[in-house]
Design a protein around this ligand. Structure first.
Ligand code: HEC
Length: 215
């Protein structure tokens, strides 16, 4: 990252965090100490995750056997502090209304949009940015983000709007995103997406090809 090196923390040792603390970390990027979690964590996307999905994630995290693995602290350049990089919302002002997610009778397009924006974090790489550089959760899928990797900055990720994907069939998208035919795809989190169900992948394809995803 331009501000230093950031490591993903060990998530098997959250036993002492309350459900609310885990949720606030995932949704709003707030550590229980009150410090901000840094931008590689796509909390903006997860702010809109349905409560039921959030509860399932917390239950899963709690079910993990603690694994000993010391992760280095973030190394920030120029004496920056976390607060210099990002400010967190006030705990007292966090939204309290239930977040329901797609309705039981949601269309595949609606389900797909929810998965793309709030669950599978496709928008982290293929989405757009607000003026202040934060993720625009509602924005078009025109790939404005820059992703920082061990081997440098990666920008110019593909735009995945309806127009950009006009030559792709639903089956092409399901096979590619769900890694159904193996092969090699640079950078996509295939190790995770290969376990998505066909129904979820078809919903994602339906959204990607729909007018709701037009540029
Ligand atoms: C970590 C970043 C990252 C995430 C997250 C990610 N992608 Fe990608 N995606 C890429 C990159 C990079 C490529 C180009 C791969 C290449 O050129 O080999 C790509 C390629 C694609 C393509 C092919 C487009 C083309 O024109 O070649 C589609 C479709 C796609 N991604 C959809 C998705 C969807 C849907 C999700 C969420 C389920 C997703 N991606 C999540 C980085 C990402």
């Amino acid at each position: 990252m331009p501000f230093g090196e950031v490591y993903g923390p060990n998530l098997t040792i959250l036993q002492e965090w309350s459900d609310e603390e885990i949720e606030n970390a995932i949704r709003y990027g707030i550590h229980p100490t009150g410090e901000p979690l840094l931008p590689p964590m796509p909390y903006e996307a997860y702010a809109g995750m349905a409560d039921a999905d959030m509860e399932a994630i917390i239950a899963y995290l709690r079910s993990l056997e603690p694994v000993e693995n010391e992760v280095p602290a973030a190394l920030l350049v120029d004496n920056l502090t976390r607060a210099d990089i990002r400010s967190v919302p006030d705990l007292a002002e966090l939204p309290t209304d239930p977040i329901l997610g797609p309705a039981e009778d949601a269309t595949p397009e609606e389900l797909g949009e929810y998965l793309v924006r709030n669950v599978a974090t496709c928008i982290k790489c293929h989405g757009s940015l607000n003026e202040d550089g934060t993720l625009d959760v509602e924005g078009p899928l025109v790939a404005q983000a820059i992703i920082y990797t061990d081997f440098g900055e990666v920008d110019g990720m593909p735009t995945i709007t309806q127009q950009a994907l006009s030559a792709w069939s639903t089956e092409d998208l399901v096979n590619y995103i769900g890694y159904r035919e193996g092969g090699r795809v640079f950078f996509m989190p295939m190790h995770a997406y290969r376990y998505m169900t066909d129904a979820d992948l078809e919903a994602i394809a339906a959204f990607l090809k729909s007018d709701a995803n037009a540029e």
